[in-house]
Design a protein around this ligand. Structure first.
Ligand SMILES: CCCCCCCC/C=C\CCCCCCCC(=O)SCCNC(=O)CCNC(=O)[C@H](O)C(C)(C)COP(=O)(O)OP(=O)(O)OC[C@H]1O[C@@H](n2cnc3c(N)ncnc32)[C@H](O)[C@@H]1OP(=O)(O)O
Length: 236
């Protein structure tokens, strides 16, 4: 596992599909066994779709052009739906653990296979993980600010992903957030998560979202191990 796991998912909305495609092809030799031709092509398609979501929601073209674009999108949607699964592809359960084992330089790029998620570049260092991303127009709650629900989602992913990276099969029992300052859009924010305590099946973790040295959101969570439940993977 290297530092370039499914990087195509982390492109800025302005970057092109062809760039995503070539990025996806470039990593064919550097990703794990889950990186089949299909997962790589899906990663590029998902990145392009995320860019499309951004463009569709923010375009200021004349109204007639919107109808033309809608018809083109509907046509692609029909094409893709001709043969479909019930669920999105999942990464293997142990992918975060593989990245963690590869050392603090290795990167897990989340949500490569699901355009609805915010892709985050996550690194692991023992019982701590760090991540960064740039929230954008699609994530707006209060004007020019990140919606609090996205903050909760991101914290659950950061803390839950860290627990998963330690090899534990666990689900969130509680997640408590403190919104101390607004998180601005269009500027990189960083996140951190740490496992603070274990007690039988319970795993306690805490984390935060920081912008420009200011801790905007703080989170504490309790995860409960559900060992024995067999799953092939988790949504990245
Ligand atoms: C639910 C689907 C599971 C599918 C299988 C997954 C396998 C794992 C695979 C892949 C890892 C995935 C990683 C991604 C995670 C991403 C994060 C999420 O989005 S997770 C989704 C949101 N969370 C849920 O949907 C949990 C729903 N709740 C439950 O399933 C149960 O309530 C569960 C497992 C949390 C506990 O149920 P009990 O019957 O197994 O265990 P009891 O005996 O009730 O509790 C054990 C101890 O924990 C405390 N506890 C349990 N729930 C608590 C709570 N809400 N607050 C405080 N303490 C709690 C209890 O008081 C007890 O403590 P004492 O041993 O007596 O000291």
């Amino acid at each position: 596992m290297t530092a370039s796991v499914n990087e195509a998912a982390n492109r800025a909305p302005s970057q092109s599909q062809s760039e995503d495609q070539s990025q996806s092809e470039n990593q064919s030799s550097s990703t794990g066994t889950w990186a089949t031709e299909r997962t790589q092509a899906t990663t590029a398609l998902v990145a392009a779709t995320r860019s499309l979501m951004h463009a569709a929601a923010t375009t200021d073209l004349p109204v007639d052009d919107l109808a033309t674009a809608r018809r083109a999108i509907e046509s692609v949607t029909a094409e893709l739906s001709a043969r479909a699964r019930d669920r999105v592809l999942r990464i293997p359960f142990d992918l975060p653990a593989q990245v963690r084992a590869a050392g603090p330089e290795a990167e897990w790029n989340t949500y490569a296979l699901n355009p609805f998620g915010i892709p985050v570049r996550v690194t692991f260092d023992d019982e701590t993980s760090r991540g960064s991303f740039v929230p954008g127009a699609l994530h707006e709650g209060p004007p020019d600010s990140l919606h609090g629900g996205w903050s909760a989602h991101l914290m659950d992913c950061m803390l839950g992903g860290l627990v998963q990276a330690t090899g534990a099969r666990a689900v969130t029992a509680t997640l408590e957030l403190s919104y101390r300052h607004r998180v601005p859009l269009d500027s990189e924010v960083s996140m951190e998560a740490t496992i603070t305590r274990r007690d039988g099946r319970k795993i306690f973790a805490e984390g935060w979202i920081e912008h420009d040295g200011v801790r905007c959101v703080e989170a504490t969570a309790l995860f409960i191990r559900v060992d024995g439940i067999s799953v092939d993977g988790v949504a990245s």
